[in-house]
Design a protein around this ligand. Structure first.
Ligand code: TXA
Ligand code: MG
Length: 321
């Protein structure tokens, strides 16, 4: 294990904050059993205290020790998708504190697959330890409501001063946040679409997954205006791009599938394949945001289930609510 990971684990045990790579986006981590460390985390992100945070573990056994009921379906999904980009919401165990759950009776659990995250979680837990250290609370390592970080450089730009240590792990493979599935109620409910699709979940479960209903716990990813660039962003169908550009001229930045238009200085061409698009998305939005144009125009991706998670993030980025 690298000395850097060992040092980061010590920082966490001492109540400090460590930003680390995961396969989805970078996380800003704190010891999930340490109230002061988690308070520091919320302050660094400028995140409201009633928003629950996901807790990360090295494996499913450690994760499920934080739930008071683990339904059979949770075991099935863990076997199929962990380690990987899926977060399960379960009823919380007594050891899980209010400062993690935002006062809710449930807790979000995730086992990330990124090798650096895995090494960090294992170093934090220690060999054969009695479990004093096991969960790392980690929201995405960006300021609240802004675009998530998919590189260590993004983290330094957003939170550099507030973080004790930033672990390098290359650009995030998935590029958008984990799928969140709520298993704490009757039917499994999809709270946030992600790389693990509703179809893949249904296939593993053998039952239908319902979309989040109004009675479901609020996830901050469900706030309308989330993942937002500073520049106003707007979704535009392909056929309308040309007319919009003609209207707005050079002061516009464009994220599209088609070739750059010479009237536009800041044009990023995106992949036509949804996983590749997701991987590229946040870095692209950050780049266009830094161009300080009047508006970002985003060509709408196809209305197909494979694009669901990407469309969800784009709609939020473009929301003015
Ligand atoms: O991919 C990810 O999930 C990343 C990486 C770092 O693991 N983390 C992430 O965390 O996206 P964050 O805090 O930015 O978003 C977590 C979402 C929030 O919308 C939060 O409200 C929701 O999970 N959440 C956490 N615990 C919950 C619970 N008990 N009930 C409902 N929603 C919960
Ligand atoms: Mg976030």
């Amino acid at each position: 294990m690298s000395s850097e990971v060992r040092r980061a684990a010590q920082v966490l045990r001492a109540g400090g904050l460590v930003a680390f790579p995961t396969e989805t986006v970078y996380g800003l981590g704190a010891d999930a059993a340490n109230a002061q460390a988690v308070a520091k985390l919320y302050a660094a992100k400028a995140r409201p205290a009633d928003h629950p945070v996901i807790v990360h573990f090295a494996d499913a056994t450690l994760a499920f020790a934080w739930a008071r009921e683990v339904p059979e379906v949770a075991h099935k999904l863990a076997a199929a998708f962990w380690p990987g980009p899926l977060t399960l919401i379960l009823k919380r165990a007594p050891r899980v504190c209010d400062f993690i759950t935002g006062g809710q009776d449930t807790v979000g659990l995730r086992v990330p697959s990124h090798p650096v995250a895995q090494r960090l979680l294992r170093a934090f837990g220690g060999e054969g330890a009695a479990g004093r250290y096991s969960g790392i609370a980690a929201p995405s390592a960006n300021r609240f409501g802004r675009i998530s970080a998919t590189t260590a450089q993004h983290v330094r730009e957003d939170l550099g001063a507030e973080v004790d240590c930033v672990l390098e792990g290359g650009p995030s493979e998935v590029g958008i946040e984990s799928t969140i599935l709520d298993l704490s109620g009757g039917n499994p409910a999809l709270l946030r679409p992600g790389a693990v699709s509703a179809e893949a979940l249904e296939h593993a479960l053998g039952v239908a997954v319902s979309p989040a209903d109004s009675g479901a716990p609020r996830a901050s990813g469900m706030l309308e205006r989330h993942y937002a660039p500073k520049t106003r962003a707007r979704l535009v169908p392909a056929y309308a791009l040309d007319a919009e550009i003609a209207k707005l001229g050079a002061r516009v930045a464009v994220l599209a599938f088609s070739r750059p238009d010479e009237r536009v200085e800041y044009w990023l061409r995106m992949p036509r394949e949804p996983d590749a698009y997701a991987r590229r998305l946040y870095a692209a939005l950050r780049e266009l945001d830094s161009a300080e144009c009047d508006e970002i125009l985003i060509e709408v991706p196809p209305d197909e289930s494979a694009w669901r998670a990407v469309r969800d993030r784009l709609q939020r980025a473009a929301s003015r609510a």
